[in-house]
Design a protein around this ligand. Structure first.
Ligand code: FAD
Length: 415
């Protein structure tokens, strides 16, 4: 439904959740603007793949125009597949199978999804705008302030500025995320090398978490195959929108303890790749090959944190969505899905309030109550899974790396 309203919404952050919310509100005819700190849309590679589950896909279906949702599905990997937990030599411990249904789970490329989410928002995304605070309250408009001294007036302000949120201290003052002992060095490598797939057929549709012989270390990898070439799919379904190149790739992540990461290394991509190489000694040769052939500029360091439940929201017409509220370690693939779910829920609540003539403050408070309940279940699940798979408790590690793999055949023979 399209509504006529003079309400304006300012969103800080053009990541997954901020853009998804902007799409939802724009479809309803609400004047929405997104303010992004980066100077342009694709300055950082962030070229990893995301597993979208039912919540993430439902949120996209609800928020995007039909051709853009179809574009997300068309460019995604095939539905279904497996997540295998193995020892360091890729011997299976156990496997989870995903539902083979089009709207149940899909692997998508993050850059491609971000491009889809930007489509049609022309003139509504403002780059180089580093949000620092929200001023005002009462009946007057709020002002979203930027580090360059400028400000944007809006009736509602939404912080979607990710895990390092600058707005969080003001909008959720009791909920700074807690550090965890774990970190990840992430990278990507071409899937097709030397005329064939670097991933053997037995793992074609699998994500793999390979757990090291020593507790507190693991290696994750999965391949991303574009269902349809993005250039062709964009030309068909969103002509005029920038389409990323769409070369199939393998995304990988070396999980290690934060105290093993040298300080000041995060901007030094070569040093990060060397660190991954050093820490993967003892893993299967396939894993070492992935690190050796990594595309350097896609290497990133991520220090895992867990969000804390907010109890106070001091600015009634300002709220937050996504990682800015509920940072979580990337175990269980909940972060992006929960962020998209927030965007769809907040969008729905705001549109209902504006069409029904009820206070937006109530809509925002209703969103916050519902979001905190499901989002912090996801935070707890991710943290629990991280502890189980990378914790130092001897018994679970022994079962995962010594007992269960002996019960299975060798999945990837070593040449
Ligand atoms: C390697 C890796 C793999 C992952 N895999 C999955 C997965 O399979 N499934 C899943 O659900 N999740 C996954 N995640 C998590 C997922 O990517 C995040 O949870 C998701 O991107 C959060 O979306 P967001 O909109 O909250 O924040 P982001 O997407 O991080 O966007 C925040 C935006 O805000 C901008 N910004 C920051 N500060 C400011 C400021 N002060 N002013 C203005 N703009 C600002 C940033 O530049 C950025 O564009 C993965 C994460 C990583 C690192």
């Amino acid at each position: 439904m399209v509504i006529s309203t003079d309400v304006t919404v300012a969103i800080a952050g053009a990541g997954l959740s901020g853009l998804c919310l902007a799409q939802r509100l724009m479809r309803a005819g609400i004047d929405v603007h997104v303010y992004e700190r980066d100077p342009g849309p694709f300055v950082r590679r962030q070229g990893y793949r995301l597993i979208l589950d039912r919540h993430g896909l439902d949120a996209l279906r609800e928020s995007l125009p039909v051709p853009l949702y179809r574009l997300a599905l068309a460019t995604s990997d095939e539905p279904g597949g497996h997540l295998r937990f193995t020892d360091s030599r890729l011997r299976d411990a156990f496997t989870i199978t995903f539902k083979d249904e089009p709207h149940a789970t899909r692997q998508v490329d993050r850059l491609t999804l971000r491009s889809i989410l930007q489509s049609g928002l022309n003139g509504r995304i403002h780059y180089g705008k580093d949000a620092v605070a929200v001023d005002g309250g009462g009946p007057a408009k709020l002002r979203l302030r930027f580090s360059d001294g400028g400000a944007a007036a809006a009736d509602v302000v939404v912080g979607a500025d990710g895990v390092g949120s600058a707005l969080r201290a003001q909008l959720m003052p009791d909920a700074d995320p807690a550090n965890t002992p774990m970190a990840g060095v992430y990278g990507r490598s071409p899937l097709w090398q030397g005329g064939g797939s670097v991933i053997p057929d037995a793992l074609r549709t699998s994500g793999v978490l390979s757990i090291a012989d020593r507790p507190g270390r693991a290696f994750f990898f999965t391949s991303m195959r574009f269902g349809e070439n993005p250039q062709e799919a964009f030309a068909r379904l969103a002509p005029g929108t920038f389409a990323p190149t769409g070369h199939d790739y393998v995304m990988w992540g070396l999980l290690l303890r934060q105290d093993e990461v040298p300080t000041g290394i995060s901007g030094d991509l070569l040093a990060l790749r060397h660190l991954a190489g050093r820490m993967s000694v003892g893993f299967h040769p396939l894993i070492r090959r992935l690190i050796d052939t990594a595309e350097l500029d896609a290497t990133v360091l991520n220090l895992f944190a867990t969000g804390r439940r907010p109890h106070r929201w001091p600015v009634p017409r300002a709220t937050m969505i996504g990682d800015a509220v509920h940072a979580m370690p990337p175990f269980g693939a909940h972060g992006g899905n929960t962020a998209l779910r927030d965007a769809a829920l907040l969008g729905r609540r705001l549109v209902e309030a504006l069409t029904g003539g009820t206070p937006v403050e109530d809509a925002i408070a209703g969103y916050q109550d519902e979001m905190v309940s499901y989002a912090f279940r996801a935070v707890d699940n991710s943290a629990r899974l991280m502890r189980r798979l990378t914790g130092t408790a001897a018994a679970p590690h022994w079962v995962l790396t010594r007992v269960l793999p002996r019960l299975h055949r060798v999945t990837v023979p070593e040449a």
